[in-house]
Design a protein around this ligand. Structure first.
Ligand code: SF4
Length: 334
């Protein structure tokens, strides 16, 4: 199935949005069990349903050839996949910025090799600076290990490191200022994220825990003035600067500030499902193409180009209803 050479190879959807950013999940597994992400007893995918490292590399390379400028590897926890460093080296050699979202648990050992493999940016999830609470929220995580990982990453010198914190009322909204202080002291950025309703988790009431970005901003402004900037990464964060620091504060607000009109990204799950929108189920099975026509990159690219027509205009999240999305976050790819 040859590509029509007269056609431009850029990925543009029906609403005129250019897709130049992909998030690739490399595993659904994780060494943590965060309460808003997973149930306590999760069943993970059997190996044959998961894309091989070579298949993930093919997908990444096909997208870069179609004009994608930024790739983010996610999970689950991407750094727990066996031999993931081989994949990271291969993707690091492509002509695109490479970022990883991680829970930080492996960074003490892996930070230097990630940098050497071509990783530009790291997002490190950290929702609490209180060891007991961190343990409660992640069920299996150790705060000291993650903080040592953040130090290791800072020492290695990535072009940007950002902490990501999901703020929930009654759970960690009293730590907003501590997280800002910690980011300032470490010389990294911090983004506060409104929780997204993915997957049903019985012991957790999302409407009650919801904390809007505006509420978080008010808390920070009790101590620091926040100056809006026009600086953007290719993600959905809106950034603010503070006095006397290079650290920026970002807000990711899927509920209160719908960012769909600027959406430039798609996701690929570890099963090879191309998801056109985080908040909708529209998807295309790339694994089927990869396995039925191995090495036919042009065919894969045609399928990806065609899939852009399925990208919906916007997501609809409603905290009071059952989630319309039944995938868990670890299946969606962060
Ligand atoms: S939120 Fe991240 S660290 Fe926590 S269980 Fe999910 S994938 Fe793991």
């Amino acid at each position: 199935m040859p590509i029509n050479k007269n056609e431009t190879k850029a990925l543009v959807d029906r609403f005129g949005r250019t897709v130049d950013y992909i998030r690739l999940s490399v595993t659904d597994r994780c060494d943590f069990r965060c309460v808003y992400c997973m149930g306590e007893d999760m069943t993970f995918l059997p190996h044959k349903e998961v894309l091989s490292l070579e298949e993930i590399e093919q997908v990444a390379s096909a997208f870069v050839d179609l004009g994608v400028k930024k790739i983010r590897l996610t999970g689950g926890e991407p750094l727990v996949r066996r031999e993931v460093i081989k994949l990271i080296r291969a993707i690091g050699a492509l002509d695109a910025e490479l970022a990883i979202t991680t829970n930080g648990s492996q960074l003490v050992q892996m930070a230097p090799e990630l940098k050497a493999a071509g990783v530009d940016r790291l997002n490190i999830s950290i929702d609490s600076l209180n060891p007991e609470r961190f343990k409660e929220m992640t069920r299996t995580g150790r705060l000291s290990q993650v903080m040592a990982g953040i130090d290791a990453a800072v020492a290695v010198g990535f072009s940007r490191i950002k902490l990501n914190a999901v703020i929930m009322k009654g759970r960690n909204d009293d730590e907003v200022l501590d997280l800002v202080e910690y980011a300032r002291a470490s010389g990294v950025d911090v983004s506060f994220i409104e929780e997204m309703p993915l997957g049903h988790i019985s012991e957790h009431d999302r409407a009650e825990a919801y904390c809007s970005s505006d509420e978080v901003r008010e808390i920070i402004e009790q101590r620091y003035s926040l100056y809006p900037t026009t600086e953007r990464t290719s993600g959905p964060s809106r950034y603010y600067r503070m006095d006397k620091t290079e650290s920026r504060v970002g807000f990711i607000s899927p509920h209160s500030h719908n960012f769909c009109s600027e959406c430039n990204r798609v996701r690929v799950t570890v099963e090879g499902r191309l998801l056109l929108c985080l908040g909708n189920e529209h998807s295309v099975d790339l694994r089927e193409i990869l396995r039925r026509y191995p090495d036919d990159i042009e065919r894969l690219q045609q399928v990806i180009i065609k899939a852009m027509d399925l990208k919906p205009e916007k997501h609809e999240f409603d905290l009071d209803d059952e989630p319309q999305i039944v995938r868990f976050m670890n299946m969606t790819g962060g």
